[in-house]
Design a protein around this ligand. Sequence first.
Ligand SMILES: *[C@@H]1O[C@H](CO)[C@@H](O)[C@H](O)[C@H]1NC(C)=O
Ligand SMILES: *[C@@H]1O[C@H](CO)[C@@H](O)[C@H](O)[C@H]1NC(C)=O
Ligand SMILES: *[C@@H]1O[C@H](CO)[C@@H](O)[C@H](O)[C@H]1NC(C)=O
Ligand SMILES: *[C@@H]1O[C@H](CO)[C@@H](O)[C@H](O)[C@H]1NC(C)=O
Ligand SMILES: *[C@@H]1O[C@H](CO)[C@@H](O)[C@H](O)[C@H]1NC(C)=O
Ligand SMILES: *[C@@H]1O[C@H](CO)[C@@H](O)[C@H](O)[C@H]1NC(C)=O
Length: 253
Amino acid sequence: MALKWFYVAIVAVVMLSANYSCIEIVRKRQQPSIQTLALTVKPLNESFSAYVLVFLGPSDTEVEFNGDTLEVTKEDGDKFEALMVNNNDNMDRMITLKSKSKGETSTMYPNFNYNLFTKTSFIENTCYVQIEKDAMTELIKYRATVLSFADKEDLENVSKYFIAYLRDKSGALVQRTTRHPNETENLSYYKYVHFHYSGIKTDRPEYFAILNYPAIEADGITVESFGFVVNVSSYDYYGNDITINRSWYYQIV
Ligand SMILES: *[C@@H]1O[C@H](CO)[C@@H](O)[C@H](O)[C@H]1NC(C)=O
Ligand SMILES: *[C@@H]1O[C@H](CO)[C@@H](O)[C@H](O)[C@H]1NC(C)=O
Ligand SMILES: *[C@@H]1O[C@H](CO)[C@@H](O)[C@H](O)[C@H]1NC(C)=O
Ligand SMILES: *[C@@H]1O[C@H](CO)[C@@H](O)[C@H](O)[C@H]1NC(C)=O
Ligand SMILES: *[C@@H]1O[C@H](CO)[C@@H](O)[C@H](O)[C@H]1NC(C)=O
Ligand SMILES: *[C@@H]1O[C@H](CO)[C@@H](O)[C@H](O)[C@H]1NC(C)=O
C-alpha cells in the first residue's frame, strides 16, 4: 500500500514539474548534419574552374549551384560528391546544400584560389549547437549555446546569431538578426522579436531570441522563417582560402 502511494506521489511530482518547466530541447547539442569534408578547385582553362565538393549529409540533401554545371553522385552511406564547373566571371557562384528533414541549409561562396588545391578543414564542423525553447508564457523564448572545439583564433571570423524573416501586412519582408551591441535597435520590429546575447567576452556565449506571438498575431505579421546561423567569413580574394564565406542555418520555425 505504501509503495502504491509512493508511485502516485512520483507521478504527481513528474506531472507538476512538466507543467512548470516548459523547456524543450529543439535541437540537441550536435554538429551540423551537413558537413563539408573536402573542397577542391582547379583551373580548366583561362576562364573556367572546376570545383569538387565532398560532403556528408542526410539522404534527402539537395545540392544547388548557381554556376554552369553540376553533377551530384551519392557514394557510400551518407557521403556525396558534387562536381561543378563555373565561369570565373560569374559573381553569383553560390553552392547550397539543404536537408528538409534536418531543417539545415549550408551555403558557401567558393573562390578560385588555385594555390590551395584542396581544403579539408571546415571550422563550422567543430561547432556543436544546442537550441532550447521555453514556452512558459505567450512570449516564446529560445536560447542557443555553441560549443566549439576550434582554436580561439580560428573563431575570429565566425559569427553566430538568430535570424527572423517577418512579413508584414503590406507584404514587405523584414530581416531581423541578433544585433551587435554597438548597433542601435530598430524599434519598429522590437515588439515582435527581440534578440540579445550574453556578450562575446564570455567563453560560452548564450544567444537569446524572444518571439512575441500575441503582438505578431495582433498586427498580422507572419514569421516566414526563424532560425540560428553560424556564419564563417574568410573574405580574402587573393590569400588563404578557397571560399569567401560559408554559412550554416538551422531552421526552427
Ligand atoms: C573552357 O572550359 C569550358 C568548360 O569545360 C568550356 O566550355 C570552354 O569552351 C573552354 N574554353 C576554351 C577557350 O577552351
Ligand atoms: C579573418 O579574416 C581576415 C580578413 O577579413 C583575415 O585577414 C584573417 O586572417 C582571418 N582570421 C582567421 C583566423 O582566419
Ligand atoms: C563597439 O563600441 C565600443 C565602445 O564605443 C568600441 O570600443 C568598440 O571598438 C566597438 N566595436 C565595434 C566592433 O565596432
Ligand atoms: C526600421 O524598420 C522599418 C521597417 O522595415 C524601416 O522602414 C526603417 O527604415 C528602419 N529604420 C532604421 C533606422 O533602420
Ligand atoms: C557573415 O559574417 C560577416 C562577418 O564575420 C559579416 O560581414 C557578414 O555580413 C555576415 N553575413 C551575413 C549573411 O550575415
Ligand atoms: C558571401 O559572399 C558573397 C559575395 O561577397 C555574398 O553575395 C553573400 O551574400 C555572402 N554570403 C554570406 C552568407 O555571407
